[in-house]
Design a protein around this ligand. Structure first.
Ligand code: ADP
Ligand code: ADP
Length: 219
């Protein structure tokens, strides 16, 4: 069952081609790793999938709700806000501007933070979190919206190898439970170990879909 279908996707900024004729399908319950050199267009592709970039050429069909864990959080960490409040923001669309969060929303945040082993951060000011803690909080915020598809832009960026392992094992778990996962990563060995589909966005801006038996020599 196709959950994402991209056909002849191109994206230009002024006269520069950022993405050129990208084609791929992602199926329900796939665990996809997107790799490629700096500047290949990985983040741009993700921004198109999550709807942050709309003026692309071609067709992008998405058959489910997306949860997005951005690479660097846009959030101002000096702003005094607690961890659970950040996670609650994941339900903003459900709750809407004039409605208020209810008990069930707080409970859901707590349960998901528990699942991610960060319940102890619930009341903590986000300015005090480590990179790995913040990454998991960002994941919690994405999960509270009950996404069918989880998209992560370099989940290992700025976190130590232990936190990295924790994040990947959580992703494997979610994938086993049926979630479709797409992640951009620079850690090729980790990607090849964990995912079932690798897409390589290379300098010539073409996208290949390969099976897991691709070795890093092919990259
Ligand atoms: P990656 O995530 O693979 O490193 P990006 O998607 O961030 O690549 O960027 C791909 C290319 O597009 C880069 O050369 C980048 O400089 C360029 N680019 C991305 N966004 C813009 C923009 N808004 N204006 C101009 N160039 C951009
Ligand atoms: P299970 O559904 O087997 O209990 P988990 O609780 O580990 O598994 O979570 C799996 C999925 O359920 C995740 O996608 C998460 O978004 C969602 N989820 C987890 N806790 C809650 C909750 N309290 N309310 C609603 N959805 C939840």
């Amino acid at each position: 069952e196709k959950i994402i279908s991209v056909k002849d996707l191109s994206y230009n900024v002024e006269n520069t081609e950022i993405l050129k004729f990208i084609n791929f399908d992602i199926y329900k319950n796939d665990f996809v790793g997107i790799i490629g050199p700096n500047g290949a267009g990985k983040s741009t592709l993700i921004k198109i999938l999550v709807g942050e970039i709309k003026n692309y050429i071609g067709s992008v069909n998405i058959n489910g709700k997306i949860g997005y864990v951005p690479q660097k959080d846009e959030f101002d960490r000096t702003f005094p806000i607690r961890a659970f409040e950040v996670a609650l923001m994941g339900m903003y669309n459900e709750v809407g501007v004039f409605k208020r969060y209810k008990k069930k929303h707080y409970e859901k945040v707590r349960n998901i933070m528990k699942m991610l082993d960060i319940e102890y951060l619930y009341n903590r000011n986000v300015g005090k979190l480590s990179g790995g803690e913040y990454q998991r909080l960002s994941l919690a915020r994405a999960l509270v919206s009950d996404p069918d598809i989880l998209i992560l832009d370099e989940p290992e960026a700025g976190v130590d190898s232990n936190a990295q392992k924790i994040i990947y094992s959580i992703l494997e778990d979610l994938n086993k439970k049926g979630m479709t996962i797409i992640l951009v990563s620079h850690d090729i060995s980790m990607v090849l170990k964990k995912v079932n589909t690798v897409m390589c966005l290379n300098k010539t801006l073409h996208c290949h879909k390969n099976s897991i038996d691709m070795t890093s020599d092919d990259l």
